[in-house]
Ligand binder design. Sequence first.
Ligand SMILES: Cc1ncc(COP(=O)(O)O)c(C=O)c1O
Length: 436
Amino acid sequence: MFVGVGEEADDGGARFPSPASTSTSGAPAGATATATAPAGATAPAPATAADAVVSYLDGNSLGRPLKTVGPLLAAFVEGAWGGRLIRGWDEQWMHLPTLIADELAAACLGAAPGQTLIGDSTTVLLYKMLRACVAARPDRSEIVVDTDNFPTDRYLVEGIAAERGLTVRWVTTATDSGLTAEQLAAAVGPQTALVLVSHVAYRSGYLADLADLTRIAHEAGALIVWDLCHSVGSVPLELDAANVDVAVGCTYKYLNGGPGSPAFVYVRADLQGALRQPVQGWFGHADPFAMGPGYEPAGGMARFQSGTPPVLGMLAMREMIALIGQAGIHSVREKSVALTEFAIELADELLAPLGVVLTSPRDAAQRGSHITLDHPEFRRVVAELWQQGVIPDFRAPFGLRVGLSPLSTSFTELATGLLALRAALESPGSPGSTAV
Ligand SMILES: Cc1ncc(COP(=O)(O)O)c(C=O)c1O
């Protein structure tokens, strides 16, 4: 039964704007759109009840802002940027990509300092690292990736294979699970240069066995790159202990870095010198301000930088990394598991009788922090729910993802959302309702 669970185990919501008081854009309190502001630059706080968020189930796509973030950014603009101006680079900003990355490594990655960097977008960092890895295995001709990996991952692999004359070995995975150890063991061999896997599958939420798959790739002599977008900040990671080669993840989901906040990359210490990334910009140079001829990569993680680091984009995530550190990633995981268990319980009770099918693992040990439900009506239903301030997301062809960001999603909010989902499924659909 779901009744009552919300009361006993609500979120530590004081740290986040409450569902009913935040806009979906996370605009700081009082921020308003003006006639002269470029479209999308600012967003108004909810003007009416209809604009309010009553149940946010998409923190696995874009995390909410912490309450501290608005004042922090304002203070940065006034003090650090406006006050220190160009001096800020020497005084602090040059160090932020590794400083914040090491904080992230300690709180979430199970990684010692000096192996993590914050930099470009996830897609660009993945491209750089995949290219570097295949170049480090010049005698091998194959990249192994699964058919239900995130689109950017699959497209990058296709592009890199075409650039380098390599073959993509596709492993067909079921859309309600993900890449298993048996499947990977059958796919790798003496020609495998590289394996690319998502730790938590973006659709099903399947949680792959990081240590086991890494071991299998290594036994075949291949390198492995992990996409951590859907696990970092919600699932404990032990990258050093698992002997992971390279991992990349985004920071706007469970790390609450804000729209377009930069990604991070981890490269195991002993591998760093052997990898040469292809976007040779001045920030990755051994001596950027010598402005000299010829590219010579820096030592350590700096060699994976390309251009000027996105300082503003790094500030918000730092607050969340500190909060996760304070709570402890294992406690975060405990709440995540409780939330996904509760979501499945609700789905079985409220939605299965209406034909909704769970397409995520039932075993919590094989599941990240979101679940996916399938029903042919979900395109319409999600559009209607958004109108009511109930915000899951839709994944074609029929999937509705329920994303549960452990530190900011409450049990009550989850129950409210799934009750609204049931009501929308039971209604015939308002005429002219459109898909998102
Ligand atoms: C699993 C996964 N990989 C890669 C990406 C691409 O990230 P970006 O758009 O930041 O490049 C995403 C984005 O949501 C994702 O979920």
